[in-house]
Design a protein around this ligand. Structure first.
Ligand code: ATP
Ligand code: PRP
Length: 221
């Protein structure tokens, strides 16, 4: 008796990564059967019976792929950098898809003279979700910092005295502007990468590689 093979599993987060992956799926001739914005389903069927999509938090995508619960996924460089701090074995990152592009920046209140504070050697309090990236950025600059880990709404921290500065993602700049903050330094340019479970690439390479190649080509990588 032969058992039906498990479909290939692609891990995506809903929102911008899902939306920006749709054209890549389309290039591979794949249509997604459900809309994660309206459906409560976490496993989405596609027009290909051998491919399904799981919807997870952006920060959890590398974990699902690393443990092989998903064969491949798409995650931001910001998320991958923080994930690699604790565990990155088993993850292959072949392609920068150039989607979900933004910058990781240091930002402060409009009336806070960040460069003067740095020149004076002040110790700064930094609120961020990106602890590893922030710690390494300030260590490289020789700036002493205390890092406060937050999980969202970082822009609030300098406004209510929780921190002198934040390290957060900036795209249009609208969120900073709406909160009277300004970006004063770039930490990194961010885009999203394909990530692949290394064991899956060995055992299911014949099915995976054509999809990975189509994604890479469609993204211009
Ligand atoms: P979670 O919901 O788990 O807290 P999140 O809110 O960071 O994660 P998204 O906002 O969907 O999740 O962001 C997913 C990825 O998209 C981020 O990891 C980052 O690489 C990128 N990204 C985040 N904000 C922007 C933005 N404003 N413009 C472009 N890309 C962005
Ligand atoms: C991200 C980021 C900033 C905002 C920047 O938040 O954390 O707050 O985008 O984008 P902008 O420069 O174009 O305003 P997101 O929209 O993902 O909200 P969330 O982190 O609360 O999910």
């Amino acid at each position: 008796m032969t058992s039906t093979p498990q479909p290939l599993t692609l891990a995506l987060s809903k929102g911008r990564i899902f939306e920006e992956t749709l054209p890549l799926l389309e290039a591979a001739g794949v249509e997604v059967k459900d809309d994660p914005e309206t459906s409560r389903k976490l496993i989405l069927d596609t027009s290909r019976p051998d491919l399904r999509i799981i919807i997870v938090r952006a920060t959890d995508v590398p974990t699902y792929v690393q443990y092989g619960a998903a064969d491949f996924g798409i995650a931001g460089r910001d998320v991958l950098y923080e994930h690699a701090d604790t565990h990155s074995r088993g993850l292959y990152q072949p392609v920068d898809l150039n989607i979900a592009r933004c910058r990781l920046c240091v930002a402060v209140r409009e009336n806070f003279d960040y460069h003067a504070a740095v020149r004076q050697g002040s110790r700064l309090r930094i609120a961020t979700k990106y602890v590893r990236a922030a710690r390494e950025h300030f260590a490289q600059k020789g700036v002493h910092v205390d890092i406060i880990k937050l999980y969202g709404s970082m822009e609030l921290a300098p406004l209510v005295g929780l921190a002198d500065a934040i390290v957060d993602l900036v795209s249009t700049g609208n969120t900073l502007k709406a909160n009277n903050l300004v970006a004063v330094e770039d930490v990194a340019h961010i885009s999203s990468r394909l990530i692949v479970n290394q064991a899956a690439l060995k055992t299911r390479g014949a099915e995976l590689r054509p999809l990975l190649n189509t994604f890479a080509q469609a993204s211009g990588a």
